[in-house]
Design a binder for this molecule. Sequence first.
Ligand SMILES: [Zn+2]
Length: 322
Amino acid sequence: MAIRIRESSIKAWSSQSQRQFGIDLPLKLEITSAAEETFLAMLELGIADGQLETAAKLAGLKIEAAQALLAKLAPITEDFKPPIATAEARKLPSNQRKHFSRRQASTVFVPKLDRFGKLLVHSLAHSGVGQIITNDSSLVSQLDCGRLGYSIDEIGETKISVLRAEIANAPSHLKLDNRMKWLDYSAVDIAVVETSGAFQPSDYQRWLSLGRNHLGVCFSDSHVLVTGIVRENLPCLGCRELNKWESDESRKILGAQIAGITGLKDSSSILFATAVSGQKIVNWIDSQVSDQDVEYWSDGNLRSKTERINPQCFCQQGPSEI
Ligand SMILES: [Zn+2]
């Protein structure tokens, strides 16, 4: 096994004698001798298979000292170059190989290849998510073009073919699934539920019934909401709507009129929603980190929300009551 300090790791000096790896969560190493410095430089370049002892000798370092140095650097040394961009690789938790395999083995469902879906596919594919399923077989029309959308030259092509070409160099497969069989969806690790105005049961019912994790994105006229990963025994997307009814009675009548309404997506909400949902999905795949809902408002404010289960919601009813 060839060992080297991850190429993607940021390398800097934090003092005359201290080497720093990474910015936000740095690993700092005090260098106490020229031999250590030489050995470290070798490690940054890479030490070939079985050559650790020779490298230590060349550097003038005892093998025990070299091994101790290696142990300290363990979180950032690896014999692995995942086929994704350096910036993406840098964000993979240690151990990179394990997390990259996990991302490669995962399947995410992105319902539509509209501007949001298109950007999200890019983000997931370049983060190493192995399979992305969509049921959007539509053609690019004039309405899909323009800012953050498709190019005018692509009008008439299927969105999926355009997108497949765009992510050709990412380690990901974009699959069309228009059969809509429930069984096909049981392989999905996380499904994205994208809507505007309000969530309706038809948007998320299948994921709830199959017990598949999902993430809701809802564009409104002054904000966009990205939910945490919705899992069994946690508040569902329906609970979120019902909780709103409690604070605003009119929402009951309003909900059906605004669900799925078009024309609410501005560029900055789309970009925010893409970045946040992409990050929430890969964080979940990597480490099952659960977190809160977040809203991004047009005045630039962010609000996080913790939702509660609504006892009136159908997710709380027994099978016989449904
Ligand atoms: Zn519920």
